[in-house]
Design a protein around this ligand. Sequence first.
Ligand code: ADP
Ligand code: MG
Length: 427
Amino acid sequence: MIVAIMAPRSGKTSGVAIPAILAAPGPVLLTSNKAANDAFTATVDARAEVGTVWTLDPQQIAHHPREMWWDILADARDLAGAKRLAGHFVAASVDDSSGSDFWSTAASNTLGALFLAAASHRRPITDVLAWLASPADRTPVDLLTDAGHDAVAAQLQGTVSGATETRDGIYETARQYASCLLDPQVAAWVTPSKDLPEFKPLAFATSRDTLYLLSKDGGGSASAIIAAAADAVMRAAVVVAEQSGGRLDPPALCVLDEAANVCRISDLPDLYSHLGSRGVIPMTILQSYRQGQRCWGEAGMDALWSAATVKIVGSGIDDADFADRLSRQVGDHDVQTVSVSTSESGKSTSVSMRTERILPPDAIRALPKGRVLLLATGLRIAMLSIRPWYKEPSAKVVGPASARATKAITERALAKTVGHDDFGLSA
Ligand SMILES: Nc1ncnc2c1ncn2[C@@H]1O[C@H](COP(=O)(O)OP(=O)(O)O)[C@@H](O)[C@H]1O
Ligand SMILES: [Mg+2]
């Protein structure tokens, strides 16, 4: 279970994510906020040789045609799953600090209830948007009652029939959280389609397929969908592992590149402890420890950090506390000092021992690009040089493949612009 913390442009994707994907023996999941000249283009050809490539690109980062759909409501058929799905939409919009005030909690509960209402009757997620738009619509309350979720139905009814200002505030907040689904081009990726193949997390766990989850950063982006899909895949992998002797073989690799930007699974620290020894390898890649704290809170980030059995810290750590903590973990060593003094009776030499940090905090903050500290359970801390994919012998193949895939993205983007122009002329 891996967590890597390295500054922007320090080789997270090229030196950690891509080599891991190219070496993966089993299924691979990648989250990313970049397509051209990044992990997607560098690995898509190689991965297509071993299995099916699924690309979920709701915001058209890679201008990838919609050739699949994934049922975002599949896991929302029980209350826990519906709440978790709502949590992904909240986490994608707000930082941990503001994630627990009255409005976000109430909006999250309402969203969860609506997801449950839709999922338990196999309604599409677009129904949830319609219910959000008209709080007075009784349909979701009836559907919940029908499905035996009386308590949730009563709670939703309470919200709907409460003071108008409160109700409108809660619904407006919930609408903001779910706003990415308003775009029909986005919602289509997670809505059942008769003509396209369905991505199924359970089948994925025992395949050698690849799932690329691409999204822009920040509020209003489709990152909630990305987080929900990554979460669903990792949970499904654990279920399959438990059914097949405890461990997936070959293991599934789940690379959460830019995790704090596009894959804010709020209970990721918790999930890490479930994934241990299941043959599901999560690799969470962050730009700084603080970025993790903003996303999961201080306690959450500490939990994620301690649950990780392989910790990688690279260059550009601009965080005095974190550097000091690492320095203490690296430990001390004894240094001999020899002092010579001269007096009337002649020269005397004395030897004393001093305890010094092996790697002082300023040395950690000054790690050059390409150097990382490796903290792995059961091993002494090591300093490594990372080997980015473009310096490996296989770059002869991977480089041109990445260039081709990048060119294909540009061509698809251009084709769209041309299409728009034609439309403009004829209109
Ligand atoms: N194909 C390549 N050839 C040469 N250098 C590259 C290539 N791809 C990336 N780099 C170098 O590696 C650095 C880190 O890139 P990247 O791994 O994408 O950073 P990060 O993911 O940490 O933001 C870039 O600044 C660039 O100098
Ligand atoms: Mg990167």
